[in-house]
Design a protein around this ligand. Structure first.
Ligand SMILES: [Zn+2]
Length: 246
């Protein structure tokens, strides 16, 4: 359950951290919270790159010549960079229906998602995840997560740049929080809109957007949200359909 609290804190922002965590801990972390708010793009990217290494070691990567590897390659054909972000795609072999992108251009798609979704639906999910990066949601989640994690202590204690002073286990914990980051309702909405624009820019089938969200609703139900602020996928599908109708 502790992890769940952590995830909720990430979603709620700094005030959420104060509610979710022991007050004394938050007070002692006050100085580091200030520091985390000043994490620059270069630091955020360096931390994402370290998180990528940790996650790629922990998860089983589908080989490039496997069925999953080939399918993802075909799905993202020609998609080397997006909006100035150089992309690096890989499949994690895991039944989880999940995908994520990070500030350094890392995009990971789980085989469980590939099993459930069509190519067009996967493209929308990828566009949505890249949206979280390009719209600054990932950076904010990273800053909050960093402020709330044990990693901050190492950096604060050493006085070194945060990006180079984390231990392997701290990077691992931090990376897990990134993968499980939950975003606010308005952030999800904005990422959905980014995903739709992404499909338009690449001339992909726009129907992938509502179809992917309807599928998530069918898989998980509209009431399965862990957080009150997390919008149900069915409602999000309705919203992107309105976007498409415009
Ligand atoms: Zn999202």
């Amino acid at each position: 359950m502790k992890k769940l609290v952590m995830v909720a804190a990430v979603a709620l922002g700094l005030s959420g951290v104060a509610q979710a965590f022991d007050f004394g801990t938050v007070m002692s972390a006050g100085a580091d919270l200030m520091k985390s708010a000043t994490l620059g793009d270069a630091e955020v990217q360096a931390m994402a790159a370290q998180a990528r290494v940790a996650l790629d070691q922990k998860n089983k990567i589908a080989p490039a010549n496997s069925a999953y590897g080939k399918r993802l390659k075909q799905i993202v054909k020609g998609m080397d960079s997006e909006d100035g972000l150089k992309l690096d795609f890989k499949v994690y072999q895991s039944p989880e229906v999940n995908a994520f992108a990070m500030a350094d251009g890392t995009v990971r798609v789980y085989s469980g998602l590939l099993d459930k979704m069509t190519d067009d639906e996967v493209r929308f999910v990828i566009g949505h995840e890249i949206g979280h990066v390009k719209l600054g949601h990932s950076k904010k989640a990273m800053q909050v997560s960093y402020a709330a994690s044990s990693a901050r202590k190492a950096a604060a204690g050493s006085g070194n740049s945060v990006a180079v002073s984390l231990s392997q286990s701290e990077i691992g914990d931090f990376a897990e929080q990134m993968v499980n980051a939950q975003f606010s309702q308005s952030q999800e909405s904005d990422a959905d809109a980014y995903g739709v624009d992404f499909l338009k820019r690449h001339n992909y089938k726009l129907q992938g957007a509502p179809a992917a969200l309807r599928k998530l609703a069918a898989l998980y139900g509209n009431d399965s949200s862990l957080l009150a602020s997390h919008p149900a996928p069915g409602a999000r599908a309705d919203k992107v359909e309105k976007m498409l109708a415009k």
